[in-house]
Design a protein around this ligand. Structure first.
Ligand code: AOF
Ligand code: ZN
Length: 375
């Protein structure tokens, strides 16, 4: 088997743990001897051993001597919660380390590779880069900017509407696309919506997947946080998100200038209320909100609308990744909302073009994904 094929196995290990390792990156590793996999590992949920350590432990101690280690991320050379992987790799007598991506953590980046090479280990970088880099995008944003990576997701009709002019949106995309969204929810740390969507759709923002639809094991799922942004804190207490079962995992982000009695009313229901400075328009300063979420170790945030919150995030250049479903349906109507609200850009030349775009069909719908680029 080739380097690429063994790295694919390491990538599969990493994918099995996506969304379960925050604030650490999901990493996968396989240990190979004489073309056979003798150990596999994935990063433990906080704060157990790293992927490489699990792969080494799975193999017999003597079997690791002279073996090759494939890892989706450069092995760490620092102690934060666990001892450095480089030391364990050197001690195990590994001959070659094949790496997917370098660690975006400035404390590690390049140093892990250097330590291994100094110890006489052959190091090969960067194998299967686009895929291994995609796995650590949320971590890269979190570790370098101190805020979560933001994925904006929406489903729209072919004529670019999120709902009809009466506000009806059930359903735009088909059931396979909705399952895909639940699988996406299962990979993030928090889901955020705006006050308008909370009232219009009254969503639960839970993950509803059958065992067959589940990509990741149910176990080790830290509870994801559900967030409503409401600058004035004016929310209907009857919303599903605020009922007994969901309230403890729900949080409302309000502006510091909101009325104290509104915040109190929410807190009385057991809902976390986060007060964030207001921007010039009196609305929640989204960048400040993201930094507060970063401090709470939210590494990947899913923005599920509506158009006013997405418009704000777009204006502040805070959307990192887009996952948009286009349904081959037409609804029309000047008053029907489209995904990104706000003032918008004046000329087409200034439009932000997605990078690394992928197009795929999910049953009857088209899914377009890509990275935002603001240059
Ligand atoms: C690896 N393998 O599986 C992961 C790595 O001590 P921690 O767990 O908080 O992690 C310290 C750093 O190690 C973390 O910030 C990141 O740079 C790297 N993560 N490294 O060798 C792994 N998850
Ligand atoms: Zn490590």
């Amino acid at each position: 088997m080739s380097h690429l094929e063994f790295m694919q196995k390491a990538i599969a290990c990493a994918r099995s743990i996506e969304g379960r390792t925050s604030p650490r990156p999901p990493v996968g590793a396989v240990l190979v001897r004489e073309n056979q996999v003798i150990g596999r590992g994935a990063t433990s949920p906080p704060y157990g051993p790293h992927a490489e350590i699990h792969a080494l432990r799975e193999a017999e101690t003597t079997a690791a001597v002279g073996a090759d280690l494939y890892t989706t991320l450069e092995p760490c050379c620092i102690t934060v919660h666990t001892p450095p992987c480089t030391a364990a790799i050197i001690a195990a007598g590994i001959k070659r380390v094949i790496i997917g991506s370098l660690d975006p953590n400035p404390q590690v980046s390049g140093r892990g590779v250097a330590q291994l090479r100094e110890a006489g280990i052959e190091v090969i970088t960067t194998i299967a880069e686009p895929e291994t880099a995609a796995l650590i995008r949320p971590f890269a944003t979190y570790i370098t900017q101190g805020r979560p990576y933001v994925t904006a997701k929406w489903a729209m009709t072919l004529d670019g509407k999120l709902a009809s002019h009466t506000g009806d949106a059930s359903w735009i995309s088909g059931s396979a696309a909705r399952t895909w969204v639940h699988q996406l929810r299962d990979r993030v740390d928090a889901i955020m919506i705006g006050v308008g969507t909370a009232h219009a759709d009254d969503p639960r923002l839970t993950i509803r997947l059958t065992e067959e639809q589940r990509v990741h094991p149910r176990t080790q799922r830290p509870n994801h946080l559900r967030i409503v942004v409401s600058s004035r804190g004016e929310l209907n207490a009857q919303l599903q998100l605020f009922q007994k079962q969901l309230a403890p995992g729900t949080c409302v982000i309000v502006s510091e200038t909101s009325a104290p009695d509104q915040r109190e009313r929410l807190r009385e229901r057991g809902i976390q209320v986060i007060e964030v400075p207001a921007d010039q328009t009196g609305r929640v300063d989204l960048m400040a909100a993201l930094h507060i979420l970063g401090q709470r170790e939210i590494m990947h945030l899913l923005l599920e609308g509506g158009s006013s919150l997405l418009g704000s995030a777009f204006e502040h250049k805070l959307i990192d990744h887009v996952a948009a479903f286009v349904a081959p349906k037409l609804i029309g109507g000047e008053g029907a909302p489209s995904p990104i609200g706000g003032a918008g850009l004046a000329i087409m030349q200034h439009a932000h073009r997605l990078q690394q775009v992928s197009f795929q069909t999910v049953a009857e719908d088209l899914l377009i994904e890509g990275e935002m680029s603001y240059t």
